[in-house]
Design a protein around this ligand. Sequence first.
Ligand code: PLP
Length: 388
Amino acid sequence: MLRIYLDNNATTPVLPEVFEAMRPYFGEHFGNASSIHHHGQETRAAVEWARDLVAQLLGCRASEIVFTSGGTEGDNLAIAGLTSAGDHIIASSIEHHAVLHACKRLEETGCDVTYVPVDGRGLLDPDDVRRALRPNTKLISIMMANNETGVLQPVEEIGEIAAEADLFFHTDAVQAAAKIPIDVAHIGCDALSISGHKFHAPQGVGALYLRKGTRLQPLFHGGRHERSRRAGTENVPGIVGLGKAAELAAQGFERRDDQKLAALRDRLERGILSHIDEAGVNGDGAVRTPNTTNIYFDHIDGEPLVIALDLKGLSVSSGAACSSGAIEPSHVLTAMGLRPDRARASVRFSLGKQTTQEDIDFALELVPETVARLRELSPAYRKEAVSS
Ligand code: PLP
């Protein structure tokens, strides 16, 4: 059966070039990058090669890159590492759970957190951030791109607010990195987290940009790896993969791959909306990452739609979470003011470097017929159809 993958915000396939770059570091080049002998020097050189490439992708110095195990660690390291008990933190209500739950944990240990709302497009108002400032505010953590809708936040304006108030600004750029150009100086952030598996590097590796001179309390205690910012023997193959994926992403921007991806996404979006009524884009009207569209299909639930599409060979996702056996609507969509039933009726389609026109054609054939079939089975839809 043909299988099409449109869930690249969940994870992406490792590109063949990335895998080839990593391969020698599982075998012949196996040294510990902290060893001073030949074997160690070989892997140390590879780690520093990768650090340069990641730094180039983000527009920073190599020494400002801390390798991590991924986005969750980078978010936790920045949030816990830049604050202490008694501090006030500002985050948005649509952050990933890696940020929200890190903040919740700090609330239990003596920090106060303000969660800034978003409007119907999923955008926060920088003035709300300004109004939330307190004398003890230490950190603002606002994501660059939302994982469910792709909506981009006004991070440059927030960077200015943080600079004026002389406090730390961390941005979770896990869903932005390699999809849109990033320049940390332009954003004005002190910390920025990225994750390899969201842009065709392997799972379990990422990086935190930490502005030169920013002191942070590490999460792990041990050796003096990563300039004492992250103890633990480096994951050399993963780091090499991250570096290679960063290099390929930079080359992709030169070829305008992001615009080609946006054209494919727009074709999918328009095609779906022109064939299905009572459907719409969540985050419409806001600037979004080129690969993401989140669409509601009124009168059905997203979860059965995801399952029905999967049975026919298309992998997509719904932001709903299963909690105690009940389907909870996505916190991102409800924060945008969607009714719970519409939030539950939403599905995310996210494209990747490997997505083709044929993949989009397949989705355009499958989604309208599947939505129509599920609506026919929906008593609420049938009742409405009879009465209208
Ligand atoms: N932040 C955002 C916005 C994400 O989308 C994700 C993963 O989905 C994470 C953080 C966590 O990243 P990781 O899976 O690398 O821990």
